[in-house]
Write a protein that binds this ligand. Structure first.
Ligand code: NAP
Length: 285
């Protein structure tokens, strides 16, 4: 985990007394969002399936050293189950008192061309990313109304153009953007904000390693000439939850160094020859 250097930008204590529930909080990006929020006073509830991984991240976050910010870890939770989400939302309120902020960050990803992706594999990703985001907001909704809360969905830029081997993720993330926009409009009058963060390629993540196998010269293809850091996403998170964003809802904040404007995903050595061969193999259902 990077050392989150907020001192030059953010003011200590801006989230004192706040509580954030984070699905995918045990993952690489969302743990950094948790770290930033904790540094600034927010208590966090880390949600994931693997209890061991959740425990490890809770231990790391426990070293942040802000006495105003607590951390709890709730493993064994699958975002695809509404009952599971209702249970962890309840436990979060029981242990931390309330929920003000929600980050829907849990996601599944693997590389697959259409021909090799079973209907079940496609459904799994849509269920974790899209239905899981819906379930998360659903479970936290009473708390969001009560505390005039704020939601951040973690999306992507993959659906802005056609990215090979990522049709499942692109479809799921497009759904998340649509869900966020609709909820922003529905929830605005009751004082609840909804926004998306769309990360570009974030170094050190499993997704980045899978999507960009050939890293040579990759950074030069990004307008701002470097890959993303988890702290870039943490900074966007702090801004969107803070009072500085009190009139911002229904936006997708793209945090990608300008990469998606390049207009193509020119890093795929596998395109088109490997892909063409895969698409012409015996179809998988
Ligand atoms: N990495 C990138 O460059 C990149 C780029 C664009 C967008 N994003 C988005 O950023 C977010 C975080 O990405 P990351 O790279 O940090 O991912 P990651 O390290 O793979 O973390 C994924 C997290 O989601 C949890 N999760 C997966 N399936 C779940 C389920 N069914 N129920 C509950 N939790 C589940 C995982 O924990 P368990 O497995 O223990 O459940 C883990 O905590 C994702 O939404 C991803 O799509 C990432």
């Amino acid at each position: 985990m990077e050392n989150y250097n907020y001192n030059n930008v953010w003011k200590e204590g801006i989230f004192d007394g706040k509580v954030c529930l984070i699905t995918g909080g045990s993952g690489t990006i969302c743990r950094q969002q948790a770290a930033a929020l904790m540094k600034l006073g927010c208590s966090v509830s880390i949600i994931g399936r693997d209890q061991k991984q959740v425990d490890e991240v809770v231990k790391l976050l426990g070293k942040i050293g802000n006495k105003n910010a607590k951390v709890i870890g709730l493993g064994g939770c699958d975002v695809r189950s509404i009952d599971s989400m209702v249970s962890v939302a309840g436990k979060t309120v029981e242990k931390l008192g309330k929920i003000d902020y929600v980050i829907c960050g849990a996601a599944g990803n693997f590389m697959s061309d259409f021909n090799h992706m079973s209907a079940n594999a496609f459904k799994t990703v849509v269920d974790i990313d899209l239905l899981g985001s819906f379930n998360t907001v659903k479970a936290c909704y009473p708390q969001l109304i009560k505390n005039k809360g704020s939601v951040i969905f973690v999306s992507a830029t993959l659906h802005y153009y056609g990215v090979p081997f990522q049709s499942h993720v692109g479809a799921a993330k497009a759904g998340i953007d649509a869900l966020s926009n609709a909820l922003a409009v529905e929830f605005g009058p009751i004082g609840v904000r909804c926004n998306c963060i769309a990360p570009g390629p974030i170094g050190g993540t499993e997704g980045f390693n899978k999507l960009v196998p050939n890293k040579e010269n990759f950074e030069s293809k990004i307008p701002l000439q470097r890959v993303g850091r988890t702290s870039d996403i943490a900074n966007a998170t702090v801004f969107l939850f803070s009072d500085a964003a009190e009139w911002i809802t229904g936006t997708v904040m793209i945090v990608d160094g300008g990469f998606w404007h390049m207009g193509n995903f020119n890093t795929y050595d596998a395109y088109p020859n490997v892909l063409r061969n895969k698409l012409l193999e015996k179809p998988k259902l």
